[in-house]
Design a protein around this ligand. Structure first.
Ligand SMILES: [Zn+2]
Length: 321
């Protein structure tokens, strides 16, 4: 038997449960999870009136060791891998053909359509994994495979270049990585968060002031907040991009249609990125320019400290080891 954490009832804290070790089918791998990132998207399941599946195992990103393989898998036993949420896509639709397979209507995502990674053992597809080096430290690498990938994709979506001014709202697990990626690419970054401790994760880029009107060339919203989006659209200069990188099923926003259209502000979503962008991110991490700040907890903590964890108040990305 092997332990996992799952939501079993809407609006109740998750439970620590056990199940038989899952068996990989052809094209799949059995992974012993060493570290699993946990964030707003996982806690967001708690806010749903109906769970998409029960039990629902959250966890969109992880690092682990290959302990079993189904037929046709080329990755050897004992290899360390990173796990992305993208288990499979159709491969044939126009989104898949344009490298936008993360929005494929048939995409199968871990945590949402399949079991997530908040477990001692998980089964995933060869498609979802990235081969790592044996020396790569699991807890600092785990936040890269959904949060870091989204951060990279969000910076790319701004279409800004060296010297351009980027604003970032929200310096939690996601925002800290947006700041690091953007600085590594030569952007002039200003980051704001309501919480001074989180703000300090942005280092020299942190600002204690909210953004003035027309003050940045593009802005990335890294917190699922209506007020943040409304502040952001005013802060972006005419013709700039407002990138929405944090999603939540319970947040809505309304903007002035006239202001948005007449100021030429482009709204863009960021969710993961192209596969080539994940490779670029990993190269950047190997240079030392990007290193997630993490707070590590145990699988048991997720159940016993759920209410505390849900309210935040810890630095960086939560990682379960
Ligand atoms: Zn597709």
């Amino acid at each position: 038997m092997t332990a996992f954490v799952a939501f079993t009832h809407p609006r109740e804290a998750p439970s620590l449960l056990e199940r038989p070790v899952p068996v990989p089918a052809p094209g799949e791998l059995l992974i012993r999870v060493e570290a699993c990132g946990l964030g707003a998207a996982d806690f967001g399941f708690f806010q749903l009136d109906a769970l998409p599946r029960t039990p629902l195992i959250p966890g969109f990103e992880a690092v682990g060791i290959v302990e079993g393989v189904g037929g046709g898998v080329a990755i050897p036993l004992g290899a360390r891998v990173g796990l992305t949420p993208l288990a499979s896509t159709c491969g044939g639709c126009s989104l898949c053909e344009r490298g936008l397979e993360r929005w494929c209507p048939k995409a199968q995502l871990h945590a949402w359509h399949r079991d997530g990674f908040l477990a001692r053992h998980v089964v995933t597809t060869e498609r979802s994994v990235v081969r790592l080096d044996a020396a790569d430290e699991p807890s600092s690498w785990a936040p890269l495979f959904a949060t870091g990938w989204t951060a990279f994709g969000a910076v790319r979506a701004t279409e800004l270049g060296r010297g351009h001014r980027l604003g970032v709202i929200g310096v939690g697990g996601l925002g800290q990585l947006v700041v690091q990626v953007a600085r590594a690419q030569g952007l002039e970054v200003t980051a704001w968060d309501v919480d001074p401790e989180r703000r300090s994760l942005a280092g020299d880029s942190a600002s204690a002031q909210t953004f003035a009107a027309d003050s940045v060339d593009a802005l990335i919203v890294c917190t699922p907040s209506t007020q943040a989006i409304q502040q952001a659209v005013r802060a972006v200069r005419r013709g700039g991009a407002l990138v929405l990188a944090a999603a939540s099923p319970s947040v809505r926003f309304d903007l002035s249609l006239f202001d948005t259209v007449m100021r030429g502000v482009t709204l863009k979503p960021a969710f993961l990125g192209a596969r080539s962008e994940l490779d670029e991110l990993i190269s950047l991490v190997r240079t030392g320019a990007v290193k997630p700040v993490v707070t590590t907890i145990t699988l048991e903590d997720v159940r016993s400290k759920f209410w505390l964890l849900r309210d935040g108040g810890f630095p960086g990305r939560l990682v379960v080891t």
